[in-house]
Design a binder for this molecule. Sequence first.
Ligand SMILES: Nc1ncnc2c1ncn2[C@@H]1O[C@H](COP(=O)(O)OP(=O)(O)OP(=O)(O)O)[C@@H](O)[C@H]1O
Length: 565
Amino acid sequence: MSRVDLTFVRQPAMALAVVVVAAVAVPQYWLFLATSALVSAVALLGLGIVGRAGMNSLCQLSFAAVGAWTVAQLNVWQAPGTLILWTIAGGLVAMPFGILIGLPALRLRGVHLAVVTLGFAAAAAVVVSAVNFPGVDTYQQVLRPEFIATDRQYFVYAGLLFVVLALGVEWVGRTRMGAAWRAVRFSERATAAAGTSVARAKLSAFALSAFAAGLAGGLLAGQVGMITAQNFGVIASLALFVVAVMAGSEYVFGAMFGGFLIMFVPEFFRRAGISQDWANVLFGVGAVQALSQGSSIMEGLARRLRARRPAPTPPPREPLDGGTPPLGTKPLLKAEGLTVRFGQVAALQDVDLTVPEGTVMGLIGPNGAGKSTLTDALSGFIRDAAGTVALDGRSLDGLPVHRRAAAGLRRTFQQDRVPTGLTVGAYLRFAAHRTVTRDELEDVRDFLGCPPAEAHVLDLDVGSRRLLEVAAAILARPKLIVLDEPAAGLAHAESIALADRLIEVPARFGASVLLIEHDLDMVRRACATIVVLDAGVVIAAGPPAEVLAKPEVARAYLGDEVALT
Ligand SMILES: Nc1ncnc2c1ncn2[C@@H]1O[C@H](COP(=O)(O)OP(=O)(O)OP(=O)(O)O)[C@@H](O)[C@H]1O
């Protein structure tokens, strides 16, 4: 029987406990500040979503202003649904703004994206201070329903809203969309190669982040009754970002702790007779410290907890007699006239390649021969490659990477591209890009000797990560898998064991394999036929023993450390 994974409930449940205790224990005097802390925590939770996807947003309070504006307008109209529905509407109205600001993120990264979001924050601040919020001119307070009329009741309401949002964020974090955010942060190329649209992953993160900010704005409108532009200034947005970096708002407790810091540290300074502005200086120092250590406060704590966990020992991967490499039948992949130039370098020159169905075919060649370029051209990473590529009779020309993956062409990478923020099971499910049963997952995991599904990718050795990438490609059930040096990081015996398993892939999983490798023992073991590239040109093709005996192949390798004996 499959077990339901409820680990996503853990942090929101603990947050609920904190809210319940605080609702009873916080004295009346501190309730207003405590509610403000929860409002900031809601906005921080949203920042954590774009943070999960590796992006920076400095305009979170601009989205909050949209939410607050919506609530104020619905209040003026006395729209049905009371403050609670108005707040949700505020979140929804903020979402398209999030997508709009997310659009530059499709091309920009790091500091460039930060500058764009800062520009938006500045522009939004000018707009909201030039035009009054609805109801301000007529002194119309945002009305709260009776059951959340008192400060304590409103605190509980804000706390519950935070917990429900946290539950939603944690749940989405466990879905394919959440895995896509982590994957995009780690490698956009690998995310696309796993069949996931990088654009959709980024835009969904921005949209949900803006939704959370919109909720925070609506919550604030209900708390203070009458909102002004000062609530949404650029400096306040910057402070929120800085605290998110310091506390770690990707974690529910990081968001909660951040909200507490934003509200209570300035208050502490005020009581000590020091300017509250010093709080921002303190936050800045904290963020610099977090960036230089490479982890926020919550990430540091999580690392310490992880360090107590024993690292999973990779299962033994013994060579087994996988039989003879299968010879293919009809053509599956057909590439014709592939040509790629990098300036003066002709990386591929008029390359024709046919991979038959039901086979494991090798692609070898000395360093710089053009093997990775060919993989990139086939999988769609080089959009301006000349020539044509067809898979199973269907043209892939002009299709972006994720569409080629969906059409049945999967690839792996020379460098480790398995996102560290996931468990083995979560990664396999994400990269499979289809619904897989637990049995299917266990079958493929076992077949390749990958660590258990509960193990964290972060705890794995390089060899296990390479195998995990191969397992994910198999689990996707593509027509063709292009493996770019899958044995890099594996011991020789493990490479041979992998070769034994690859031989079984066509019959067992219905996928042909194009194996790019420098380990010629592995190639001889796994492949029925091989193709040799040299200086971007195919110089030989046929059965391994025959091809490797050719003098022109030996010449291509001369000077290279790979021996052909
Ligand atoms: N982005 C790039 N810009 C300029 N030149 C490039 C680029 N990528 C590859 N090249 C050049 O194209 C040629 C083919 O490189 P490629 O990486 O495809 O070879 P390879 O056979 O995969 O080598 P290796 O076995 O070392 O991975 C090389 O001369 C390389 O220097």
